[in-house]
Design a protein around this ligand. Structure first.
Ligand SMILES: Cc1cc2nc3c(=O)[nH]c(=O)nc-3n(C[C@H](O)[C@H](O)[C@H](O)COP(=O)(O)OP(=O)(O)OC[C@H]3O[C@@H](n4cnc5c(N)ncnc54)[C@H](O)[C@@H]3O)c2cc1C
Length: 386
């Protein structure tokens, strides 16, 4: 049974959130429109996050990280995403893709990969989706064939965030074709400089355009068995438990995007004059802004409660992760759409950031499980309790 746990931001969390907000406002926001227009990975922002130790947040201290809890990581993702959703996603994916190693990797594997990731010297991506396996992750076709002390990986992954710029890719592949569905997958860390690995197409996207979304091709890529995370056949379970901690990161990205759009729209409303006065004085505009504020705050509070519950080891982490992503994703889409409305025709122009924010918001309803999949998870949990 999921229980609401009281939470309160600690002084440390507030200080970190405020520090990341300052970095986001002063160093990331000014280039957010350009990152979107160029549709190129913002290496400068990645270096900034590394130099400010923001990329170190999700990693245990013994491997060079800051050992931050889930809520703290989400506070940072939220603050970054309010300025630039692409940059918030750099931290979210760093956390997502490292989770299998952090939670299921051996000490040797953690020593091998985590210190460089925590320092931001390397990047990592998470590859489960294939052209024929989206929501139905259990239908993965990629094969991992055991050959002595190695596995040989063959197949292709699609839609992999930062797959073209990563040094490591966490890959899920069928290691035992005879095993039952959901018991046939294993999880591997693949160094992208291995022979046989290549990047295929890069997707042209509606939003988060600075974040490369890549097709990854594996043509007889040989990896040592020492690169397998967890036991053979444990891959599907590792992927699902990863989502229980990573979906709040996408909810945080969504809350950040909504907050960024709300702030811009509210400020604009105080400056735009129609009928001889600022539109902020018109009650229908006030109602739009009030609804945007109320729903963003509701999504934020649910996200923070979910983080506290998951961190405390709640038995129904999957539900918490799904409810907060579901509510935050829908909130971001509605709030950014309303922000465009507050700006009227100007909101529709690329000149103002709410147009980009509305495009960016859409992805939070799609990746790491669509909103329909989140509803399935919530309903499954609800009905199991009834
Ligand atoms: C920009 C971007 C970045 C991404 N990054 C990554 C990444 O880094 N790593 C990675 O592995 N994947 C990534 N993905 C893939 C993403 O997670 C999938 O696109 C998503 O899970 C949906 O899969 P699909 O696109 O194949 O849609 P489909 O599964 O084909 O779904 C199509 C529609 O059917 C609905 N649907 C499907 N099954 C059900 C069901 N059982 N009940 C009700 N409705 C259902 C869906 O909700 C959706 O509306 C990314 C995708 C995008 C667009």
């Amino acid at each position: 049974m999921s229980e609401l746990r009281p939470y309160r931001l600690s002084d440390e969390q507030i200080a970190l959130r405020d520090a990341v907000r300052t970095v986001a406002r002063e160093r990331i926001a000014p280039r957010a429109a350009e990152v979107d227009q160029l549709a190129e990975f913002p290496w400068d922002n990645k270096e900034l996050l590394a130099s400010q130790d923001i990329l170190a947040l999700p990693f245990p201290e013994r491997y060079g990280g800051l050992g931050a809890d889930l809520l703290t990581v989400c506070l940072a993702i939220e603050a970054l995403s309010a300025a630039c959703a692409t940059t918030g996603l750099i931290l979210a994916v760093h956390e997502l893709a490292s989770l299998p190693i952090v939670s299921k990797g051996s000490d040797e594997q953690c020593q091998r990969w985590l210190p460089d990731l925590a320092a931001g010297r390397t990047l990592i991506s998470f590859a489960i989706t294939e052209s024929g396996a989206g929501s139905d992750a259990g239908s993965i076709a990629m094969r991992a064939t055991r050959d002595g002390d190695d596995y040989v990986l063959d197949g292709a992954k699609r839609f992999i965030t930062q797959g073209s710029v990563a040094d490591l890719v966490v890959v899920f592949a069928v290691s035992d074709p005879g095993a039952k569905r959901h018991r046939n997958l294993s999880c591997f860390v693949v160094e992208t400089n291995r022979p046989g690995f290549s990047v295929g197409r890069l997707e042209h996207k509606m939003g988060i355009r600075g974040s490369p979304t890549a097709e990854l091709l594996f043509d007889a890529v040989r990896v040592p068995a020492a690169n397998r995370i967890g036991a053979e056949g444990e891959g599907f379970a590792i992927a699902m438990s990863t989502f229980e901690r990573s979906r709040p990161g996408i909810a945080a990205q969504a809350v950040g995007i909504a907050q960024g759009a709300l702030e811009f729209a509210a400020h604009y409303a105080t400056e735009r004059i129609q009928f001889g006065k600022p539109i902020a004085e018109l009650q229908m505009v006030q109602a739009l802004l009030a609804d945007m504020d109320a729903s963003t705050e509701a999504a934020r509070q649910l996200l923070y409660a979910a983080c506290a519950a998951i961190e405390a080891g709640d038995g129904d982490a999957a539900r918490w992760a799904a409810v907060c992503k579901l509510v935050a994703g829908d909130t971001a889409m509605r709030v950014t759409t309303d922000a465009v409305q507050v700006l009227g025709g100007y909101g529709y122009l690329g000149e103002f950031p709410v147009e980009r924010m509305m495009r960016d918001a859409k992805i939070t309803q799609l990746y790491e499980g669509t909103q329909q999949i989140q509803r399935l998870v919530v309903a499954r949990s609800l009905l199991a309790r009834s």
